[in-house]
Structure formats: structure tokens, C-alpha cells
Write a protein that binds this ligand. Structure first.
Ligand code: COS
Length: 379
């Protein structure tokens, strides 16, 4: 069905991503889910269709896609596998701080690496700084023409595989969140070690690790913006990234709905097709309305962003709503399919596990509600 809310160019990208998902992601999604291996062949293949770094500006060799177009593509990838979509989305997340605050030289370094096929990582979260992002304890001390970074990050997506990172560290701990700064740190810098790898419930095709920084030296020119601007850069990055998580959630929910539709059309119980039961029909209708609403919220947030208007609240709403929808719709799909839905032989079992992370990462849904309420109550 043609999506009339999209431009012809966006529809072309949607078709391209849909074909890629059908051919390269869906056939192997179950295998990656079982093995937890990193999907290198898909990372390689996405380069061939020019979507490995969708945010990269044209002057650095990228396609410079707007966020709404990116959300359309990501929904398709997530329809195939949310773990793969999370892996492929890492370059977008890590590139936002550079787009927000990077100078010419920093953009050339960062996007040069990613456009050539490298992977980016976003290192904000720490054992003592998850929801309270301002509590980052990693420090960066200026020494001559360099900064020396010390600290531990955790739950870093693609951490063990990425070539270049955005690392948040405090340049003045007394200033709390106002002392945070953001740095570009290449993987090959001495002093970086990869620690514990998470064995996750879902999105198992994505790599999630602890990272330790021990006297890691980076040139002073790797500081993004000015000292103390790190927290704002992180918050603006999350504003940009949250609707993309919403798009992942929409992809997961849509996949669960489609699985359910196929199931009830083929299954007969007591001699009657399940699809003829009004109870089932009502459930499917509710699921479909939620999926469509979540997608509209994602697109509304990104349309506001594209128009240069404030969109923090709408970004948080889109992420939280779409993630809740993904959880509800996948759980409903498991319920409708009953014992088969609960079996590892069904696709909806994986979808339900994958859906859960969308309520957690890039700010829990509770954090999104704090952001939304702060906007509602302000002024
Ligand atoms: N854009 C720009 N600036 C922002 C901002 C935004 N969206 N949100 C907050 N700020 C600024 C505020 O203006 C304020 O600036 P000043 O210090 O100059 O006054 C500062 O940041 C602190 O704002 P606030 O007081 O609202 O921060 P809190 O610590 O109360 O709350 C939350 C911030 C909880 C919203 C934040 O820590 C957060 O998003 N946490 C979740 C982190 C997260 O998503 N982690 C996921 C890991 S990354 S995959």
C-alpha cells in the first residue's frame, strides 16, 4: 500500500529498505537471535546500498537523509529484526553529537570513518549514571594539548566492534552536569579495554558491552563544542534519537501484527477459522490502530524537528508511546497464538523479547514521562 504521507523519494527509500529486509535480514534474524553473533554480513551489505551512515552530510560522502526518512528505513529494518536495526542505528546515534557540535575537522574525521564502513559508538551510560545522565563519573583532565580520560562505561551498543566513539566525561566534577564534556575517541587509542558483554533477553544481534578507559589520551581538538557543553549535547542527541527508537518499536509491533493476521487466517479451531471470531477481530483492530498511531507520533516529532521547531516533548511521547505499543501488541500476539506464540518456533516470541528493550534504552519510558510532564508543567 502506498504511504501518501511520504514524498516519492521517501517511498523509494522505504521500498529499498523493505527489499533489503526481506532479502538480507528476515532469512537470518532467527539465527542471530539464537547465536547472539554480531551480524557482520548485514553490516557489510547495508554499505552496498549506501545506508551505513544515513546521517552523514553529502560533503563527507554520505546520503544526508532527514530524520523522517531515516525513521521510515529503520522501521523496515526493525520489521525484520530489532537487534539488527539497533546495530545499524548505532552510527546515527553516535553521529548526532558531531552534527550538533562538531567543527569541520571533527566532522571529516568522524564521518570519514563511518562513511568508509566504520562503526560508531555512543558512550554515555555508566554503572552509576543511567537515568541520571548528569552523574557521569568518567573524568577527562586537560594535560597540555591533550585530554586524559579515565572511567568505566556500560551497556555500550556496538562497543566491542565500533571504530570510533563519542565519550562523555567530566572536565569539572564540581559543576555536576554542567561539567560534562563530549569527546571523539578512536578505538585504537591506547588504554581502552572491553569488559563484560551483556547476554540479553532480546535484540541479540546487537553487541552490548562494558568499556574501560585507563589514561586514554586524545588531542584537545577532539573535544566537541566547549568544556561543559556535554550534557546539553547528550540531551539534544537523545531528542533526535528517541523517535528512531519509536520507529524500531513500530517495526516490531507491525511484524507481530502481520504474524498474527497470517496465523488467524490459517488456523481453524473447533471447525471455525480463528479469523471469524469477533473477539480476535477486535483485538487485531486495536493492535492495528495502536501501530498506526505510534507511527504518526514518530513522524510528527520528526516533522517538527525537520521544520526547526521545538520537539523534545513530542520526541519523548513518540518513543514512550511506540515502545508501550510494541510491548502491548507483541504480548497480545503471543496471547492470540497461544502455546505456539509462546514457543521459540514462532516469530512472535522473539518479537516480544525484542519489544521490551524499546521501553528501556535511550531513556526509560519513565524518564520520557518525566520529560513530557516537565514540558506540560513548565511556565
Ligand atoms: N535539550 C537541551 N538542553 C536540555 C534538554 C534538551 N532536550 N533537556 C535538558 N536540558 C538542559 C536544561 O536546560 C538544563 O540546563 P541548565 O543546566 O543550563 O539549566 C540542564 O540540561 C539540566 O536539565 P534538567 O534539570 O531537566 O535535567 P535533569 O537532570 O533533571 O533531568 C533527564 C534530565 C532525566 C531528562 C536526563 O538525565 C535524561 O534524559 N536521562 C536519561 C538518559 C538516557 O536517556 N540515557 C540513555 C543512554 S544513551 S543510549
Amino acid at each position: 500500500m502506498v504511504d501518501l504521507l511520504l514524498t516519492p523519494e521517501q517511498q523509494r527509500y522505504q521500498e529499498l529498505a523493505r527489499k533489503f529486509t526481506r532479502e538480507k535480514i528476515i532469512p537470518v534474524a532467527g539465527t542471530y537471535d539464537r547465536t547472539g553473533e554480531f551480524p557482520w554480513p548485514i553490516v557489510e551489505a547495508v554499505k552496498e546500498i549506501g545506508l551505513n551512515c544515513m546521517t552523514a552530510p553529502k560533503e563527507y560522502g554520505g546520503p544526508e537523509l532527514d530524520s523522517l526518512t531515516i525513521s521510515v528505513i529503520v522501521e523496515e529494518f526493525a520489521y525484520g529484526c530489532a537487534g539488527v536495526a539497533t546495530t545499524l542505528g548505532g552510527n546515527g546515534l553516535s553521529s548526532y553529537p558531531v552534527l550538533i557540535a562538531g567543527n569541520e575537522e571533527q566532522k571529516r574525521l568522524f564521518f570519514g570513518t563511518l562513511v568508509a564502513g566504520g562503526l560508531g559508538g555512543f558512550a554515555l551510560t555508566e554503572p552509576g549514571a543511567g537515568s541520571d545522565a548528569g552523574a557521569v563519573a568518567t573524568v577527562a583532565r586537560r594535560q597540555g594539548d591533550e585530554y586524559v580520560i579515565n572511567g568505566t562505561k556500560c551497556f555500550i551498543t556496538t562497543g566491542a566492534m565500533a571504530d570510533i566513539f563519542i565519550v562523555f566525561a567530566s572536565t569539572n566534577t564540581a559543576l555536576k552536569h554542567r561539567g560534562l564534556s563530549a569527546f571523539i575517541v578512536e578505538r585504537e587509542r591506547e588504554g581502552i579495554t572491553i569488559g563484560h558483554e551483556e547476554h540479553k533477553m532480546g535484540i541479540r544481534a546487537s553487541n552490548t558491552v562494558e568499556m574501560r578507559f585507563k589514561d586514554v589520551r586524545v588531542p584537545a581538538g577532539h573535544l566537541l563544542g566547549r568544556e561543559g557543553e556535554g550534557f546539553k549535547i547528550a540531551m539534544q542527541t537523545l531528542d533526535m534519537a528517541r523517535p528512531i527508537v519509536g520507529a524500531i518499536a513500530v517495526g516490531v509491533a507491525r511484524a507481530a501484527l502481520d504474524e498474527c493476521i497470517n496465523y488467524v487466517k490459517s488456523r481453524r479451531d473447533g471447525g471455525r477459522p480463528l479469523a471469524s471470531e469477533q473477539l480476535v477481530q477486535f483485538k487485531l483492530a486495536d493492535m492495528a490502530m495502536k501501530v498506526e498511531t505510534a507511527r504518526l507520533m514518530v513522524r510528527r516529532a520528526l516533522a517538527l524537528k525537520g521544520a526547526g521547531l521545538p520537539y523534545s516533548k513530542e520526541s519523548a511521547m513518540a518513543k514512550a508511546y511506540a515502545a508501550d505499543v510494541a510491548m502491548e501488541v507483541t504480548a497480545e500476539a503471543v496471547a492470540i497464538m497461544g502455546a505456539l506464540g509462546y514457543s521459540k518456533d514462532s516469530r512472535v516470541e522473539k518479537l516480544m523479547r525484542d519489544a521490551k528493550i524499546t521501553q528501556i534504552y535511550e531513556g526509560t519510558n519513565q524518564i520520557q514521562r518525566i520529560v513530557i510532564a516537565n514540558h506540560l508543567l513548565r511556565g
